[in-house]
Design a protein around this ligand. Structure first.
Ligand code: HEM
Length: 262
């Protein structure tokens, strides 16, 4: 398989909300993101991102990087969805997150709480497990998530609610991670149909549900192509235009909410 790495810029979302965690721009770690270098780079780690890592078994690793400048603060929260299996697991069975600073100093987030938190945008109940803030060293931090069992976690990084940039090598095929969805059954077509405006634009494509709201104004093929997908199953429109193209597929993966319920 062609392994040329094409750096591409995923312009991210910009979700406005009073609640910090609901405003985080989603980034889904792929099965190929097995080390920090292979995983995505959040160019500015002070912009709010929600990085989702789902695992099927003990020992799996997924990783990403985030850049900081001197004077920035590294603000990280670890969350799980308040649903099975995660909310029934002991702390020792939940994934660990190790943060390594540019100097090489590393530490593993300590799970110290299970505070309920309702995220209104995706109508999802979360539990905070850990919150960490420290002054940043200048440079690239690595975040490595290691599974202890079948479970998914969300790592919220940064607080600034502005458009963020995510750089990643070309993923062979985006592999959406179904367990990162709101419910085991996934999002319904009714939910998709309810988000049918340019202010809240969801679309189902190839059996996955995407929040395309912030992509509308960035789409090189024009806003209209995306707004016509809001609230619909956009599979055929997407395939007709972009079948087999890696850039649109990579962009799309950045807006994944979760699977469409069968
Ligand atoms: C959610 C779905 C979509 C995503 C993520 C997406 C993404 C992209 C990306 C990344 C490019 C730039 C490709 C490149 O430079 O190689 C692009 C270009 C384009 N897209 Fe889409 N697209 C989507 C849906 C659509 C639809 C439904 C249409 C048409 C109805 C469309 C029409 C176009 C056109 C015409 C271009 C070329 C623009 C140009 O270079 O002048 N796209 N799209």
């Amino acid at each position: 398989m062609k392994r040329t790495i094409i750096a591409l810029v995923l312009l991210g979302s910009f979700l406005i909300s009073a609640n910090p965690a609901s405003a985080h721009q989603p980034v889904v770690l792929l099965n190929s993101d097995t080390s920090a270098v292979k995983g995505p780079l959040l160019v500015d780690g002070t912009v709010s991102f929600a990085v989702r890592a789902s695992f099927t078994k003990l020992g799996e690793k997924k990783a990403f990087r985030a850049g900081f400048k001197a004077g920035d603060s590294v603000a990280v929260q670890l969350l799980i969805m308040d649903k099975k299996p995660e909310n029934k697991l002991k702390n020792s069975a939940l994934p660990t997150v190790t943060i390594t600073a540019p100097s090489g100093a590393s530490q593993t987030l300590k799970i110290s709480e299970r505070t309920k938190f309702f995220e209104p945008f995706s109508a999802t109940n979360y539990l905070y497990l850990s919150r960490y803030t420290a002054p940043a060293e200048a440079g690239i931090y690595s975040f490595t998530v290691t599974a202890k069992s079948k479970a998914a976690v969300t790592i919220a990084v940064g607080e600034k609610e502005i458009r963020g940039e995510v750089l990643r090598g070309e993923a062979p095929t985006p592999t959406p991670t179904p367990t990162a969805s709101a419910t085991p059954a996934g999002y319904t077509l009714e939910q998709v149909k309810a988000n049918n405006t340019a202010q809240k634009c969801w679309s189902a494509i190839n059996g996955q549900v995407y929040d395309l709201t912030t992509w509308i104004s960035s789409h090189p093929g024009g806003a209209g192509a995306i707004t016509s997908l809001c609230g619909t199953d956009g599979t055929s429109a997407y395939i007709n235009q972009h079948k087999g193209q890696s850039q649109p597929a990579s962009r799309l993966s950045g807006y994944l909410l979760g699977p469409l319920a069968k």
